[in-house]
Design a protein. Structure first.
Length: 215
């Protein structure tokens, strides 16, 4: 017997110990008496590889459940949820504190960067503002937004407020706060401010007694 065939028989022995398969040709030994309409059954043992795996799962489950039981004070799902919720709320509060201009209307600051101004310009036509104020803000149904005369007040806070709450009743400028997000309303106000002093093609005569910015 060379080394190779020894190995093979060692391997075979190992496999056999894992399966405890009954020798082929000797099935009669383990044949059960009962005959189920011509179908007969061999009384094979459960293969050890499967049985050990099963025992291991039982041991792991006992370990697992004792861990869950002893740590339930620390790690219940309800507690994790509550903790994450509290952490999320604290982060939101912190963010609000760090960025008052984004959440507190008294602290609104106009955007001056090109990206937000461009977004404001895009919104000015997509949200139909240009239908009444014209694309160059010269004014038609609504007032000219490029001059320094304001009916309702200039500056980012007043303009934001007009966009949010609308103009005087019956004039045609509706409140937009339910249809345009806060950030977008600030972008719109910022765009309008950026257009201050530009020369529209057909400017509507100045309306309003509030002067902003002062000359
Ligand atoms: C249906 C026409 C109409 C549309 C659409 C419209 N506006 Fe107006 N807007 C007006 C009118 C009219 C006024 C004047 C309100 C008043 O006299 O109280 C006005 C006033 C304003 C004012 C204040 C001007 C001032 O002199 O104080 C701003 C700012 C403004 N609109 C921005 C916008 C923006 C931004 C949009 C789009 C989201 C928009 N408007 C859409 C008709 C419109």
């Amino acid at each position: 017997m060379n080394k190779n065939s020894e190995n093979i028989s060692g391997w075979k022995r190992f496999m056999k110990s894992l399966t405890k398969a009954h020798e082929l040709g000797t099935e009669e030994d383990i044949m059960l008496d009962h005959d189920y309409d011509g179908i007969r059954e061999l009384d094979n043992v459960l293969p050890p590889w499967w049985l050990y795996g099963f025992y291991i799962t039982i041991v792991i489950s006992i370990f697992y459940y004792t861990q869950v039981f002893y740590n339930s004070e620390k790690y219940s799902q309800a507690k994790e949820y509550a903790a994450e919720l509290a952490q999320g709320k604290a982060e939101v509060e912190q963010y609000k504190k760090d960025h008052p201009e984004l959440f507190d209307d008294a602290n609104i600051v106009a955007f001056t960067d090109a990206e937000n101004i461009a977004k404001g310009k895009e919104l000015f036509s997509s949200k139909t503002c240009s239908a009444c104020h014209l694309a160059d803000l010269g004014g038609s149904i609504g007032p000219n937004l490029t001059d320094n005369h304001w009916i309702l007040g200039g500056g980012v806070k007043n303009i934001y407020n007009t966009i949010s709450k609308g103009g005087r009743p019956g004039k045609g400028m509706i409140p937009w706060e339910s249809t345009i997000s806060r950030e977008e309303r600030i972008q719109l106000a910022s765009y309008i401010i950026s257009m201050q002093g530009t020369k529209p093609a057909t400017p509507k005569p100045a309306q309003g007694d509030i002067i902003w910015p002062e000359e």
